[in-house]
Design a protein around this ligand. Sequence first.
Ligand code: HEM
Ligand code: HEM
Ligand SMILES: [Fe+2]
Length: 477
Amino acid sequence: MKYQSQAVAKPYFIAAIGLFVGQILFGLILGLQYVWGDFLFPEIPFNVARMVHTNLLIVWLLFGFMGAAYYMVPEETETELHSPKLALVLFWVFLVAGALTVLGYLLVPYATLAEMTGNSILPTMGREFLEQPTITTIGIVVVALGFLYNISLTVLKGRKTVISWILLLGLWGLAVMFLFSFYNPDNLVLDKYYWWWVVHLWVEGVWELIMASIMAFILIKVTGVDREVIEKWLYVIIAMALITGIIGTGHHYYWIGTPEYWQWWGSLFSALEPLPFFMMVIFAFNMINQRRRDHPNKPATLWAMGTAVMAFLGAGVWGFMHTLAPVNYYTHGTQITAAHGHMAFYGAYAMIVLAIISYAMPILRGREAANSVKSQVLEMWAFWLMTVSMVFITLFLTGAGILQVWLQRVSDTPMSFMVAQDRIAIFYWMREVSGTVFLIGLVLYIWSFFVGGEERKLVPMAGGVGAASSPAMRRVD
Ligand code: HEM
Ligand code: HEM
Ligand SMILES: [Fe+2]
């Protein structure tokens, strides 16, 4: 570790992984309830398990982003964190509040929870992803403000890099867009209109900035490529992300009672949204090709490249598949949506967090740069098991979705929702099997942390790091 205060990232990363396990367990419960309707009923109804699954996802990703920021910002700014103590206090506040919220979901009926937590005074509850009780929502804002204060002051006092500016912009954007969860109009059209300002403008807007900056940070570290080269890519990627993503919000405005012009604006702009994700692939592979060093942490490089590819597939390709209004007319709210949601969230955000954890954790645990070969091999197995099973989950849900659209919406004799669901149950069984393999991958991932052995050290590439004679060096310019 170059800076002592980077150590506060460690509990954030550990909590992220712990909550990730919880998310997947609830995913498996949901998957089973899909084919075995009264599994765990009435203890854990589907709607509650779904809420826990998606809320844990968001919360562990937030822990991951915060950990990433606490790790990256001291190194980028070349100064200690403004207040490591504040970072640790906020960690516990966020963890305890998160745990109490999930317990609330599981132990108290949702309507009672709403009553108990003051939803009648300031209504915020009841919308997908934003189910948190009002007091939790306020708590999130407090934690976010403390976090941003800490990170922003650190950036202001230290060296200013493009990576830390973009990270900061993404994190501030995340917090600002979240404020729309306090706006809860009675008019459903207005409600949905602004709900997407949180959900869409997060994943197809400001989170892309966070993702791009983490990616750039890891690529600089593992490839040794010049910062200037990386920064040029970053500018173009984030400009593309914002230009396409902001008006691209219109792809959620087709059928909710907003004006018809959104069908054009939404289709045109969101059809361009795959571009920044595609550029991220070219960026990652280009940097790896131009690398000036062979970093001993192989899994970190693998996660970074995997993120670029899987984000492009999940967000870019699977997003494009149903983003044009005439297609979305048929696919809206079907398993096609779920297929895309899974691969995009995993490919872009789960994987970028796992990538930075993979890079930073060995260093946070006192190694020079990387774990032992044995531990790395196990981690790469985990990478492939999780990633390939997510590909299968996506493919099975896509199969289910195509049949669902056909049976329920296109056919001359359309079936009702539940009858169509029964016909496609085989896909849900196969999704559950893939999900179980995913969990095995995740267990191996955690196991790899506990595998010892002689750590791999930094070694200069043939020709020496940065030696002018190195062929890798010549390719840089
Ligand atoms: C990493 C980035 C992305 C993530 C994490 C993501 C995630 C999601 C999720 C979870 C949903 C379901 C929301 C709901 O509950 O209704 C969704 C819907 C949707 N996404 Fe994405 N998405 C991403 C990028 C994209 C991109 C780039 C496109 C277009 C090219 C796209 C097109 C769509 C469309 C059209 C819908 C609405 C589906 C429907 O009508 O049911 N997404 N996305
Ligand atoms: C590995 C086993 C997993 C299983 C069996 C599983 C299963 C499910 C199920 C059954 C739903 C509810 C769909 C519905 O409402 O009809 C769901 C929703 C969701 N899951 Fe998973 N999940 C798993 C892993 C993941 C992972 C790894 C991620 C992201 C990193 C994820 C993200 C989501 C999201 C974003 C939604 C909401 C989707 C939407 O609104 O369209 N899940 N999951
Ligand atoms: Fe969207």
